[in-house]
Design a protein. Structure first.
Length: 123
């Protein structure tokens, strides 16, 4: 039960892998073993067994890195599970396509209020 409680997720292994830094008192061999361990934990947790799955995982990870924080928050409940780059790209495109519609509606509302405030021309 304790092992399940403290089990590291695939996303956490990805963070460890990508943010690992070499300590001044460690060797390059040490950093190799740490990186290798985190990478293997990452792909094992996500059940990556083929080259194509690994390729998709790495491409999806690069897309995730380039995604803005406010967009990540929108997908917070499924973010860790979005590991196929095409599925991720489609969801991000759908989200971006909705946003301009919301902005144009708010601009229209603002313009209507502006028109209402304009004084009537005096003759």
């Amino acid at each position: 039960m304790l092992l399940k409680r403290f089990r590291v997720t695939g996303d956490r292994f990805r963070l460890y892998f990508s943010q690992q830094k070499k300590n001044p008192d460690s060797t390059w061999r040490d950093i190799y073993f740490e990186l290798s361990s985190y990478f293997e934990g990452w792909i094992k947790e996500l059940k990556i067994t083929t080259f194509d799955q690994l390729k998709n995982l790495i491409i999806a990870d690069q897309i995730k890195i380039k995604t803005l924080a406010n967009i990540k928050e929108h997908f917070l409940d499924i973010w860790a599970d979005l590991n196929h780059p095409l599925e991720l790209a489609e969801k991000l495109d759908a989200y971006n396509n909705l946003r301009p519609g919301m902005k144009s509606n708010s601009n229209q509302t603002f313009k209507k209020k502006e028109e209402f405030r304009k004084p009537f021309p005096l003759k």
